[in-house]
Design a protein around this ligand. Structure first.
Ligand code: 2M8
Length: 420
């Protein structure tokens, strides 16, 4: 069974491979290179083709902007089946990227590749990539945390990677919708509209893009003018984990100034993330930095401090209890939003379905936090749901139904990683 599954996973990655980058699915739904997809996909390539794993990341960093940002999408070929494509974004030096970023998981993935392949084979790649990683992390702390709070802000729900999570509902509702773009959408030609973001959300997503485009995507302008600005716990937890892994990489290549710089990032973010723990809620809460209001919506990002820091569970056992309660309410681990809440929609994208990439982060975090039992349960469920429903983009945690795109690259990569 597992052998069949891993062979199928390899075949999917091969089919979605465009030579120097991988598309998330061959179906046409996402005909480009996505930032965190690529990094997570490299974890899959690492299981059977080490060189290809490095190429995936190196292509992504070839698209880095001069200011250090690594865009959330790089458009390499025909992008006519996607909206908004490069012609709409009009972003970046080559006009072949989006103008926003995505969760910075690259340093974590590169450290994983180092641990998998060893010093000899990894060092040249790390020498090339570590300075680029440092430039990206530095960009986050200057462009997205100009007041030095220790938490960086996302300016678009797409930056979170968890596009239509209920965590953004209130902040997004405050954004002007602009003209309707329903007729321009392409995603609903590939996936059922009932499992995708709504028209109201899309109108705002695009209006944000147009507002940023009007500012020429200048980092020094966007933070102040952005109609949407959230310091998200999940995003900052992924950044913090990546900071720790970047520190390790810089130390390996003897960049002492870089290590000192990242040490400051780590200690500021550690304190700021800890300040987002809400004792009464028993959860980490993101904050709308335009209004200063805490966001009381329990999305899966609020569990990711477990992935950022191995002391999280001992400091806050209530967080583990909360996760266990979520799991008691569904068939299959892990829902992307708290089940039982009115906003929970088990089939709609990031409002409830299971995403294997986040499952992997929780598995990794739970092992480090002294809960290998829970990690095993999530691993078992993750492999079983794919065996049952195929390599889909996401899955209904109440039934196991596969949803969204088919033959999905990061789902295949996670199967390879978890089965290995
Ligand atoms: C989804 O997001 C894109 C926009 O970036 C979309 O819906 O068009 C998200 O699941 C995101 O996390 C993911 O990186 C992307 C490609 O798989 O699709």
């Amino acid at each position: 069974m597992t052998t069949d599954l891993t062979e199928a996973a390899i075949a999917i990655l091969r089919a979605n491979d465009r030579g120097d980058h991988t598309v998330p699915t061959s179906s046409g739904l996402y005909p480009a290179q996505w930032n965190w997809d690529s990094c997570l996909v490299a974890l899959g390539f690492a299981e059977f083709d080490p060189d290809r794993a490095w190429t995936e990341i190196e292509t992504l960093f070839d698209g880095q902007w001069p200011d250090g940002m690594v865009p959330h999408i790089l458009f390499h070929g025909d992008d006519s089946s996607y909206f908004p494509n490069a012609a709409i974004w009009q972003a970046g030096p080559g006009q072949r990227s989006s103008g926003i970023t995505q969760p910075p998981v690259a340093a974590t993935i590169i450290r994983h590749l180092f641990e998998r392949f060893g010093v000899q084979r990894s060092r040249p790649h790390i020498r090339l990539l570590a300075p680029k990683l440092l430039a990206w992390h530095r960009w986050f702390y200057t462009a997205r945390d100009p007041d030095g709070t220790g938490l960086v802000a996302i300016l678009h729900p797409w930056e979170s990677g968890m596009d239509n999570s209920p965590v953004w509902d209130a902040a997004l509702a405050a954004v002007e919708p602009g003209p309707s773009v329903a007729h321009l959408r392409r995603d609903t030609a590939f996936a059922d509209a009932a499992v995708r973001p709504t028209a109201a959300e899309y109108d705002r997503y695009i209006n944000l893009v147009l507002a940023f485009r009007a500012e020429g995507y200048r980092a020094d302008r966007l933070y102040g003018m952005a109609p949407f600005r959230v310091a998200d716990v999940g995003f900052n937890a992924m950044l913090q984990r990546a900071n720790r892994d970047l520190r390790f990489l810089l130390d390996m290549i003897d960049d002492t100034a870089g290590v000192a710089e990242v040490d400051r990032m780590i200690s500021n973010t550690r304190a700021a993330l800890e300040a987002r723990w809400d004792q009464a809620e028993g959860f980490y809460l993101s904050v709308d930095t335009r209004t200063g209001q805490a966001i009381r919506q329990p999305g899966i990002g609020g569990l990711l401090p477990l992935y950022a820091d191995p002391m999280t569970a001992s400091r806050h056992p209530a967080l583990i209890t909360r996760l266990e309660r979520w799991l008691d309410q569904v068939e299959i681990a892990v829902p992307s939003f708290e089940p039982g809440r009115p906003e929970f929609e088990p089939r709609r994208y990031w409002r409830g379905p299971i995403w294997l990439v986040v499952n992997w982060m929780l598995i990794d975090g739970l092992k480090r936090n002294g809960r290998p039992d829970l990690a095993r349960r999530i691993r078992r469920d993750s492999l079983a749901v794919v065996a049952r429903s195929g390599f889909r983009e996401y899955f209904d945690p109440t039934t196991g139904e596969g949803l969204g795109g088919t033959d999905f690259s990061w789902t295949a990569a996670m199967v390879l990683l978890l089965a290995g």
